[in-house]
Design a protein around this ligand. Sequence first.
Ligand code: AHR
Length: 633
Amino acid sequence: LKVDVNNEITTIQPTMYGVFFEDINFAADGGLYAEMIKNRSFEFDNPLMGWIQPNSDRHSLNKGSGIATPVKYSGSNTNHNYCRVNIKDDKGYTLINEGYRGMGIKKEAKYNLTLLASQVSGNINKIIFQFIDKDKNVLGETSVAITGNNWKEYETQLIATKTEAKAQLKVTFEGRGEINLDMISLFPQDTWKGRKRGLRKDIVQLLYDLKPGFLRFPGGCIVEGRTLAKRYQWKKTVGPVKDREILINRWNTEFNHRLTPDYFQSFGIGFFEYFQLSEDLGAEPLPILSCGMACQFNTGELVPMEDLDPYIQDALDLIEFANGSTETPWGKMRSQMGHPAPFNMKYIGVGNEQWGPEYIKRYKAFAQAIKEKYPEIIIVSGSGPFPDGDYFEYGMEELKKLNAEIIDEHYYRSPEWFRENATRYDDYDRNGPKIFAGEYAAQSVAIASPDNKNNWECALSEAAFMTGLERNAEVVHLTSYAPLLAHEEGWQWTPDLIWFNNLESYGTPNYYVQKLFSTNKGTHLITVTENGTPLTGQQNLYASAVKDIAKKEIILKLVNTSAGSQRILLDIKDNKMVKKAEIIVLKNDNLSAENSFSTPAKISPEVKKIKLKKGNTQITVEGYSLTIVKMKI
Ligand code: AHR
């Protein structure tokens, strides 16, 4: 293999490897957003969902002791309901919140509880909060004294006495009478960066370790909604958390055999939090907005062109929210939320996975308005769902004619497809729009089949394909695996990059492939060839090479999709520069192997130091492996 160190083809964009976040599979509520109470504000369609109710078949503790009734509240347009609890006797009336498939608590960890309450009548002057396990053993307890009959916020802390994955929160009232409750909220004290009501530390850490170049948010299909009314509207996700109006999640349904009727978006993570997370991760924020088309796999509802203005205005206002001076209305809002400095957003996406002439019309109107006011903002447009979809070629052609800057392509395909498509971008026009490979993942069975696995064959095939993305860095400027996160018991779509439950999280083999590419992306693409030809699967080998000017390194990525190891002769021009080398290997002999909660690092990178001889150097690339060779120059 000839590695031509001096042949710099192009720069590698800092955005080359990023992450795509969507609230699917309990990724936000029940996942990244560390809130432990499900339906804290009684806003779900069934306002007592998540709350085990007195007198129900499931819970007979309270028979006759009292009743919890949702009350429609006229004082707020967004937080519509609260809960009125009427206690009839002194037997100790209780409500229990079941959490998101339980609550994960860790021994000696602290949990901050807040609630809004107001006495209505009687003498309910104490509320006791307890963590309980399935046998009703108490695993931590605290209480608040209730004073007065105007709405007040109360705050207290529980300390867990035991680690338990399936705890629940029991709420017991002392006294008799009526009390109103709202926003009963519980967070671990130990969140990412210690932020109050913040994000789950372990999950953000996994994202941080990827060193993503960008964070695309908030989806996915949830951007579009099944109907326009149910689309994601960023303006409803900023400002005080208690005033963010809840929305039924587009993934709340029977989808591929997974029933999640309790899936709602609290918007506790809203656009401010996404921008903040991007900043924490050192990633460019890449928000995607509705372009006035509901999910074309569902209703496909369209906003008429003459009514598109408010949608376009949302895009313009978002740019002001992210980047505007604090003198502007939306810049002021950002500042009031705690971030006076601009977020320096550079990209905006118009529509998620839309296609056809209706999309092109709407894209055109958005692009015109955005460029007129903010010429520096780079617009990402869509190409529809899959590269062989009916409208793919049409969309690409039309967008090219319109000088689109970046086009988002999605592909959920078989592992073979990924291996066979390492050359996908070799013939793309170097002067045409740049490519965002915005959603991709090898599907071991079929697209979104519930039987798909995050196995080594899929991850290795993605690695082979990614050498092709990298070799074409002149055209491919952004890439991201999808979906990103999945709750072990609350998922609708598999495979996913990171799996979590209420206590733990782990990276799949696919995660480690992403991590190895992202943390070794280099600054410049150089060539690696065999007899003058790039390695795109000949003898089951795939390769790409980059140089990192700042770190003074040459980085070679080699993928061997055959079972046996292969000896490779490296001819590094100019080898006299190479001082020492390190090899990082990600491999497994079994293509069906997976990581899991019990063996989270079964397939994870191993680092070896090697010495390179002057002149030609032989290295062994093990069977079924992704091998990264890092050479100091
Ligand atoms: O990643 C899952 C879904 O796949 C996304 O929501 C959508 O954009 C695509 O169809």
